[in-house]
Design a protein around this ligand. Structure first.
Ligand code: FUB
Length: 458
């Protein structure tokens, strides 16, 4: 913990400028960390931990877990905080919502979460975006090393056996029962298996006590691909880089395979990877500290596309500002698009309620959001938006590409009678055809202008 604090202070001194064309980090409305992507039903659901805007006691300040989704890998829809420490009524910790991972089995969604100092627990839901509830009313992993029980990662082998791995600075696993909320009491001497941490398995590095150790630190990401099992992890902390090992079976033996992402100034003192295949491409998610200008307790999730080598090995991946440059599919602007579907934004937050769902808030003069790869087809002529305002309102400028791009039209938003009095405002726009990025720029007098739920072209 002491080392975490020291490195964060050093990180805070490192400033990185964000370019207007940057797409990394992929979420700008909140600080997000520890990405855990899950592909389900043609959509990538991205679960993240959440670094609060106000860091308390110069340490990780993390109360809930958030979820985002994308069908195109460039625009991300915010589903809000889908679970929080408050889901666990049996424990009293108010901080410590660390790295999660979600998996689907038989139509149910199991969210494995570490609560720092309280071990690993599980929540379940009927939908990937919740609501999640606690199915067992106690922690899932019952070990005698509870402070080391962080960063759960889960995968189901082709024979149906589910494995839950976790740990800092060692690796443990259990074979989960089919119910996904209990584990096999018959594995090993003790139901929790301790992985042998050898240099052959995880690379060699002297431990903090000077004794021989391995590079493995934390943040494991476990999966199977083409009959090879992968363990991706944060290495040689701290600062951490990303490495990996592979094995012929889910239970090992593991072979160290080397670096995937090196240390870099704009990366945080922690790193944490999640890897998926989606729509024929491979993607690695990780986190950096660009958005907070170098504050290691205010991290942000990023993504890069990559290709495996022919032998299944993973190349060295360079973190970029550009992120994913090619959209998987174009966005249809003639159907309602949630305002919280965003490629890049400035100055905005999201919030939600049971009536409206998630919407964009904290909109002030000159804030904006961009949405990429919008297919206007043969032409759009009118823009509609669902908005609410308890103040003087403002305008939405509809522009091509970026905040200085061609102005297609301006839509007035007046006081609607309250911050939850939603009305649809419409206005004519210059005809726009073909595929463009779209930028909605918000204008008005000082203070919050309006809240924004969805938009659509006609
Ligand atoms: O986010 C809190 C902790 O930092 C995670 O559990 C680790 O993997 C590191 O990213």
């Amino acid at each position: 913990m002491t080392i975490y604090r020291k490195i964060s202070l050093i990180g805070a001194a490192v400033c990185a400028a964000l370019s207007i064309n940057a797409q990394n980090p992929i979420i700008q409305t909140y600080f997000t960390a520890d990405p855990a992507p899950m592909v389900y039903d043609g959509t990538v659901f991205l679960y993240t931990s959440h670094d609060e805007d106000s860091t308390v006691n110069n340490f990780f300040t993390m109360y809930d877990w958030r979820c985002y989704s994308s069908k195109d890998m460039v625009n991300w829809t915010d589903h809000g905080a889908v679970a929080s420490l408050k889901n666990f009524t049996w424990m009293s910790k108010a901080n410590g919502a660390w790295a999660p991972q979600c998996i689907e089995r038989n139509g149910k969604f199991y969210l494995y979460v570490p609560i720092h100092g309280e071990g690993i627990s599980v929540l379940v839901a009927d939908s990937p975006t919740g609501p999640f509830h606690d199915p067992i009313g106690k922690r899932l992993v019952d070990s005698d090393h509870i402070w080391q029980d962080i960063d759960p990662t889960v995968a189901i082998d082709d024979n149906g056996q589910a494995y839950l791995y976790w740990g800092n600075p060692a690796l443990w696993y259990v074979k989960l029962n089919d119910d996904m909320v209990s584990y096999d009491k018959s594995v090993g001497d003790n139901e929790i298996v301790s992985v042998e941490m050898t240099a052959e398995a995880f690379g060699s590095k002297a431990g903090r006590d000077g004794k021989p150790g391995t590079t493995y630190t934390e943040g494991p990401w476990f999966y199977k691909r083409n009959n090879l099992f992968y363990m991706i992890y944060a290495a040689e902390g701290i600062p951490e880089y990303i490495s990996y090992s592979t094995a012929p079976t889910a239970e090992g033996p593991w072979t160290y395979r080397g670096h995937i992402m090196k240390r870099a100034d704009h990366l945080a003192f922690t790193n944490h990877a999640g890897i998926i295949d989606f729509n024929g491409n491979s993607y690695i998610f990780y986190h950096d500290q660009n958005l907070s200008k170098g504050q290691g307790f205010k991290r942000s999730v990023c993504v890069e596309q990559f290709s495996y080598n022919a032998d299944g090995s993973i190349p060295l991946i360079t973190p970029t500002k550009a992120a994913v440059t090619k959209s998987v599919v174009n966005l249809n602007p003639f159907k309602k698009v949630e305002a919280e579907t965003i490629a890049w934004s400035k100055g905005l937050k999201t919030e939600g309620n049971s009536q409206t769902g998630v919407y964009v808030t904290k909109i002030e003069n000159d804030d904006y959001l961009t949405v990429r790869s919008v297919d206007f087809g043969k032409g759009a002529k009118k823009f509609a938006a669902n908005v609410a305002s308890g103040s003087h309102g403002g305008q939405i400028e509809v522009r091509v590409g970026n905040p200085n791009g061609e102005l297609l039209g301006t839509i007035d938003v007046k006081n609607t009678g309250g911050w939850q009095k939603w009305i649809i405002v419409k206005g004519k726009v210059k005809t726009v055809t073909g595929i463009h990025d779209l930028c909605l720029v918000f204008k008005g007098a000082e203070g919050e202008l309006f809240k924004f739920d969805w938009w659509q072209f006609e």
